[in-house]
Design a protein around this ligand. Sequence first.
Ligand SMILES: Nc1ncnc2c1ncn2[C@@H]1O[C@H](COP(=O)(O)OP(=O)(O)OP(=O)(O)O)[C@@H](O)[C@H]1O
Ligand SMILES: [Mg+2]
Length: 301
Amino acid sequence: MLDIIKADRLCKTFKVSAKQRRMENITATTHVAVDNLSFTAQPGEIYGLLGPNGAGKTTTLRMLATLIKPDSGDAIVAGRSIVNEPSAVRAAIGFLTSELKLEDYFTPNYLFDFFANLHAVPPEAAAKNKQLLFERFEISEFANVKVAYLSTGMKQKASLAISLAHDPGIIIFDEPTNGLDVITAKTVTDYLQDLRASGKTIILSTHIFSLVQKLCNRVGIIIDGRMITEGTLSEVCNGMDLENKFFELYVQTKGGSNTSTDTSANTSANTSTNTSTNTNDNNVANTNNTTNDNFTHRKAV
Ligand SMILES: Nc1ncnc2c1ncn2[C@@H]1O[C@H](COP(=O)(O)OP(=O)(O)OP(=O)(O)O)[C@@H](O)[C@H]1O
Ligand SMILES: [Mg+2]
């Protein structure tokens, strides 16, 4: 089948600022966030990027969404290059992160119209799409309430609706259920399944195993910026429970004691041996981001 997303050897290295080095007590001046990462997604599937904190999931999705440029490598999204044709890619995708902050002063109504207009959606189509989305996410009642007064869940649902204002064929979703209660989370995951059923392609990142099991056709496990393994759930798990498989791969990659209780563990995982580091330090380091390597079992589940 034709790949609708084809990420090809993506690399991204960030500068580590002096402040960050002090705070984290490290000496390295650069940090490899994404290291030679390749994967493909096919039309009409939900592809999950699963990995611990700091694995490089958000950085990968931000590159696919053309918010940042890879240092090397490229990705073809809906037939367009993220490096050479970022505008065309942006027109084909909706990108949503739970870190996206809607401007407090505006209303969902205004913001939806603003983004629909930005994407040059004809007013009639925009109005119809808005009505559908606002009804589906029960936003209608709050459509003219300023974002500042909305609950976290309502803000997230409004962000989701706004990111779909141009009815994109590809949805890139960073941690879709982060910070949501179970009811709102279910509204979102049900909707993602409906989007898939209507032929859309969804790439999501998460560190929640159950979300991958519930939603994803295929999954890629990222650790330390590298794609450790990918495939359908059954290919990746190879008879094991996803959580146990994940920990097995994690221990193989990072070292330490294996917490897996499944003794039938397949230890021939495709653990990447690529140790190349891209030290391109032309990127602006963001001191708000911290290197977080302390992934724990508690954090994962
Ligand atoms: N702008 C930046 N400047 C400096 N370092 C960064 C920047 N963005 C990300 N990083 C670092 O790159 C690594 C990967 O970060 P990223 O946010 O992609 O991980 P993640 O898998 O999304 O983690 P999480 O599950 O915590 O969201 C981390 O060590 C992070 O601190
Ligand atoms: Mg992230």
